[in-house]
Ligand binder design. Structure first.
Ligand code: FES
Ligand code: FES
Length: 157
């Protein structure tokens, strides 16, 4: 039996067990490898993506939970890589090894979607569960603040 999920704007019939973690469905069934595997236990945030706009940990989120919902991965955040968070990430040169970055970006994008003017505490809280082995935390915070400014400029234009 297949489960239908809309992934990055495309309706997908997924032939996979209902309890399979969404992360495996994306990577192994649909071939979308932008979402990363870190701990597999909901602890590191590497696998963060959006389900109906809310940041979730795909490694502990069952396929059945996404049935009929909209899933957005790093590949679908913007058609051309110009989401303000992505632009800010490039301007601040955030990534080091890059492994945690799709999860960091998706967590930041979900935060800004619901809170366009986050305080430093809001940013720290929203990203507290996203670990970075390379220690890019300062640049991540700078980039989220830069994304806030870019979004404001976009709205004025
Ligand atoms: S891989 Fe999902 S939280 Fe670590
Ligand atoms: S950039 Fe290397 S783990 Fe975060």
């Amino acid at each position: 039996m297949s489960i239908t999920v809309t992934v990055n704007g495309v309706k997908q019939a997924c032939n996979a067990p209902a309890d399979m973690p969404l992360l495996w469905v994306l990577r192994d069934v649909l071939g979308l490898t932008g979402t990363k595997y870190g701990c597999g236990a909901g602890l590191c945030g590497a696998c963060t993506l959006h389900v109906d706009g809310v940041a979730v940990r795909a490694c502990v989120f069952p396929l059945s939970g996404a049935e009929g919902k909209t899933v957005t991965t790093i590949e679908g955040l913007s058609p051309d890589g110009t989401h303000p968070v992505q632009v800010a990430w490039k301007l601040e040169d955030v990534a080091q090894c890059g492994y945690c970055q799709p999860g960091q970006i998706m967590a930041a994008a979900a935060l800004l979607a619901k809170n366009p003017k986050p305080t430093d505490d809001d940013i720290a809280n929203a990203l507290a569960g996203n670990l970075c082995r390379c220690g890019t935390y300062q640049r991540i915070r700078a980039a989220v603040n830069r994304a806030v400014t870019l979004r404001k400029a976009e709205k004025r234009a």
